[in-house]
Design a protein. Structure first.
Length: 205
């Protein structure tokens, strides 16, 4: 599943350029869609390495607004409705859940914005805030808290002309690491580092 968005991007880079709407300095775009947050498989271990942690994936609606500071170069802000993730510990099973919001600011370069199939790349900063942590099972009744995270974010995708707008297929990688506390005591860090992939419809203004 992780390789699919990257394969689409690679194929799009080889596609022939066809006339389409440009994205020039002063333009705005709004992309509305849905994305899946897929944490990496090894999310770290708590309590001195004795409790391997596993964090589930989540899919939610997203919106991204981009302003072009010059031709082909834009600044994008990504927002979403809260993602919800189940938390499991090997040997204990499901121990709780958390929600998070991942606003991300990126500087992006669009290689061929006039093309019908137009690839782009970006890099920037992600801020992830966790909230509404809940516990269950072996940790029921305890107070679980995940700390907020700042980290690098990378972005790549393609815009495909579709009617008055464009269909966007994209993938992001985010450096997300969160301190985990139980009843105020630090147990360790959750290394999430997800791949975020999905689709959106993009309109220019």
């Amino acid at each position: 599943m992780r390789t699919l968005p990257l394969a689409l991007i690679a194929l799009a880079c080889l596609s022939p350029a066809l006339p389409a709407s440009a994205q020039s300095a002063g333009d705005w775009t709004v992309a509305v869609g849905a994305h899946h947050v897929n944490p990496k498989s090894d999310n770290g271990s708590l309590a001195g390495g004795t409790l391997p942690l596993s964090i589930g994936g989540s899919t939610r609606p997203t919106i991204a607004v981009e302003y072009f500071v010059r031709d082909r170069v834009g600044i994008e802000l990504l927002a979403a409705t809260p993602f919800r993730h189940d938390l499991d510990i090997a040997g204990l099973g499901r121990i709780g859940s958390t929600k998070h919001l991942p606003p991300t600011l990126s500087l992006q370069y669009h290689f061929t914005p006039q093309a019908r199939v137009a690839p782009f790349v970006g890099a920037g900063l992600n801020y992830t805030t966790f909230f509404e942590e809940e516990t269950r099972g072996a940790l029921a009744g305890a107070k679980l808290a995940l700390g907020d995270s700042w980290g690098l974010a990378l972005h790549a995708g393609v815009d495909i002309q579709a009617g008055p707008g464009k269909l966007r297929l994209d993938a992001r990688w985010m450096d997300i690491e969160s301190d985990v506390r139980l009843d105020g005591v630090k147990l360790g860090a959750a290394r999430i580092d997800p791949l975020v992939y999905g689709a959106a419809y993009v309109l220019s203004f």
